[in-house]
Design a protein around this ligand. Structure first.
Ligand code: CP
Ligand code: NVA
Length: 307
């Protein structure tokens, strides 16, 4: 791995290997602490959008591996405004060992990676959210034991998070279904990639506008905000369209009895997920949030060749 921009760029073996490394680092952390694998290494964090999980889990990942992180807020860098994305990449590469960036446009991440001389990690773009995906499949592995023969259902927007879930599931051989309102589907090019990965792994994938068809028999049910960061102006309109895709106790009854419920967070309680489900016995929301730490440690260690 040179950069970490999309789960689509990893082979199934690389993704599985990343999860194995995350499990190993998590076990070491639980047993008392990680070895200082990233001693003397510095991560530069470029943010164009707000964050709780991504910012704190990357900071703590570096700290617990013996390295250091520098947070750069949207106001400091003004990526592409104060200076070009390419120049930011060239300059910051002279100071840090690895870059993580959260951007609006995915083309900015691609441009950063093209001009950086150190590895670049996508901390969320409008296209996908691969760090979240890595943490999510780690969580699924822990709660379900395996991917093959299990079904992951996403209900809601065909967005960055559902794109990474499609790529990850299709690579790992997990069946994937997505229920999305008409007009809010995954991009056809994303779906075609998913089909290609699924054909290679043997996973089945299904896209539908019918939430009940999508959720039937699911082992894992996942949702995300109806309006993502940057889509605030559309939030009111989306609140009229998306309610049939809300995860509440009623719709959850169509999944497996031992279903796990996931959400990348932040949750808009009462919109895409009810309190009863988010705080109920099936919820693994906060295991997922914790796993950002372990998955990202694995990404950092692998990119920096520290193991
Ligand atoms: N899930 C996630 O990426 O959360 P933040 O936006 O808080 O980083
Ligand atoms: N789809 C959401 C994910 C937030 C972590 C967004 O892009 O805002």
């Amino acid at each position: 791995m040179k950069h970490f921009l999309s789960l689509a760029d990893l082979t199934s073996e690389e993704l599985q290997g990343l999860l194995d490394l995350a499990l190993e680092l998590k076990a070491a952390w639980r047993a008392g602490g990680n070895a200082p694998l990233l001693q003397g290494k510095v991560l530069g964090e470029i943010f164009q959008k707000p964050s709780l999980r991504t910012r704190v889990s990357f900071d703590v990942s570096m700290l617990q591996l013996g390295g250091h992180a520098i947070y750069l807020s949207p106001n400091e860098i003004k990526l592409g405004q104060r200076e070009s994305v390419a120049d930011v990449a060239r300059v910051i590469s002279r100071y840090v060992n690895v870059i993580m960036a959260r951007v609006f446009s995915h083309t900015d991440i691609v441009e950063l990676a093209a001009h950086a001389t150190v590895p670049v990690i996508n901390g969320l773009s409008d296209y996908n959210h691969p760090c979240q995906g890595a943490a999510d499949f780690l969580t699924i592995l822990e709660h379900k034991g395996s991917f093959q023969g299990k079904k992951l259902t996403f209900l809601g927007d065909g967005n960055n998070v559902s794109t990474s879930l499609l790529f990850g599931a299709a690579k790992l051989g997990m069946d994937f279904a997505i229920g999305m309102p008409r007009g809010y589907e995954l991009h056809p090019a994303v779906w075609q990639l998913g089909e290609r990965f699924a054909a290679a792994s043997g996973a089945t994938i299904l896209a539908t506008n019918d939430p009940l068809e999508a959720i039937a028999g699911a082992d894992v049910v996942y949702t995300d905000a109806w309006a993502s960061m940057g889509q605030e102006a559309e939030a009111a309109k989306r609140r009229q369209i998306f309610p049939p895709y809300r995860i509440d106790s009623e719709i959850l009854a169509h999944a497996q009895e031992d279903v796990s419920v996931m959400h990348c967070l932040p949750a808009h309680r009462g919109e895409e997920i009810t309190d009863a489900v988010a705080d109920g016995p099936h919820s693994v929301l906060f295991d997922q949030a914790e796993n950002r730490l372990h998955a990202q440690k694995a990404i950092l260690v692998q990119l920096l060749g520290a193991k």
